[in-house]
Design a protein around this ligand. Structure first.
Ligand code: 5GP
Ligand code: ZN
Length: 114
């Protein structure tokens, strides 16, 4: 998508601190980290939100979730624990319209979230 900021990050048109990349997914550090570790995991295909997950190749959905514990291990948060978040739509607090999963760790999370 032409004007999507995450598509621009994938294309290298907006700089981002890349953590991991495959043919199908891209992982980078959130520009406004909410925890000592705050990664964003995105499919390279432009999918607007969780509502459209049915449009994503299930292999890619699987890859996203399989890579999460690997990223957690690499970042030293596997044992202590971490949180995976998807904000969907207005009430969900979504601000970027390209499906993404937050991986947050390095501090004790609270519940319920805000
Ligand atoms: P959402 O609020 O949609 O769940 O999450 C969007 C996330 O993208 C936010 O945590 C925000 O800080 C992050 N973000 C927005 N613009 C940029 C950017 O240009 N670069 C990076 N690295 N993160 C961004
Ligand atoms: Zn996009």
């Amino acid at each position: 998508m032409e004007n999507c900021i995450f598509c621009k990050i994938i294309r290298g048109e907006i700089p981002a601190k890349k953590e991991y990349e495959s043919d199908s997914i891209f992982v980078f550090h959130d520009i406004t980290p909410q925890a000592p570790i705050h990664l964003l995991i995105i499919p390279k295909t432009h999918i607007t939100s969780m509502n459209e997950i049915g449009n994503l190749d299930p292999k890619v959905t699987n890859e996203i979730f399989q890579v999460i514990p690997k990223l957690a291990e690499k970042n030293g948060i596997l044992e202590k624990g971490y949180r995976v978040v998807n904000n969907c739509g207005n009430y969900g607090g979504q601000t970027v319209g390209h499906l993404h999963f937050h991986l947050l760790g390095g501090r004790h999370m609270v519940w319920p979230p805000g």
